[in-house]
Design a protein around this ligand. Structure first.
Ligand code: HEM
Length: 159
């Protein structure tokens, strides 16, 4: 068992958790919206918020912390565009996705869950709900895409 092996395990396990939650939340949100039932939507957005704040955030922290640990152990250099451009791009994608999660996705998910619960109680969609929902779909899609790009970079790196 090497330090690299342990860090790589944490890095990949964290990514799997992070991406898994991001993907699941998108599916649940889309399906709940399609039912047209505001109680179902309120439940789905509250559950999504809980999943993002719990396992999603734990996965993201694990992926980032172990990624920085691996960078140190493998002596790749932090945010050095050359010679390992794939590593630089993976670091950038991962850190940007993490910042987007902390600064945009998590606060918006909380606001969306609250707006969905208020809409269910009033039995009509509030303007806030519509706007938070659009933002939620956009932010989550961008984060999911950045994670996939980082995965491709890490997997198809030149040997
Ligand atoms: C969050 C999105 C990320 C994904 C999907 C991802 C994916 C991967 C994958 C699939 C590998 C395995 C490559 C291999 O061993 O051949 C890997 C390794 C690695 N990742 Fe990431 N990564 C991400 C973010 C980061 C970040 C933010 C950093 C640094 C701050 C980082 C640093 C590293 C390092 C140093 C390795 C080891 C490469 C080697 O052993 O040669 N990664 N990553």
């Amino acid at each position: 068992m090497t330090t690299r092996g342990i860090l790589l395990l944490g890095h990949i396990f964290g990514f799997v958790l992070w991406f898994g939650v991001t993907f699941t939340v998108s599916l649940i949100s889309a399906r709940a919206k399609r039912t047209g039932d505001r109680t179902v939507m309120a439940f789905a957005y509250r559950s999504s918020q809980g999943m993002l704040k719990g396992p999603g955030l734990i996965g993201a922290i694990l992926a980032i912390v172990c990624g920085f640990g691996l960078t140190g152990v493998m002596e790749y250099g932090y945010f050095e565009p050359w010679p390992n451009h794939w590593m630089f791009q993976m670091q950038l994608m991962g850190v940007l996705a993490f910042l987007a999660m902390i600064l945009l996705q998590l606060p918006n998910a909380e606001r969306l869950a609250r707006a969905a619960e208020a809409s269910a109680a009033a039995d009509e969609d509030s303007e806030a709900f519509v706007s938070f929902h659009k933002r939620h779909a956009l932010i989550s899609s961008v984060i999911g895409l950045m994670l996939l790009v980082a995965l491709v970079l890490g997997s198809l790196k030149p040997v």
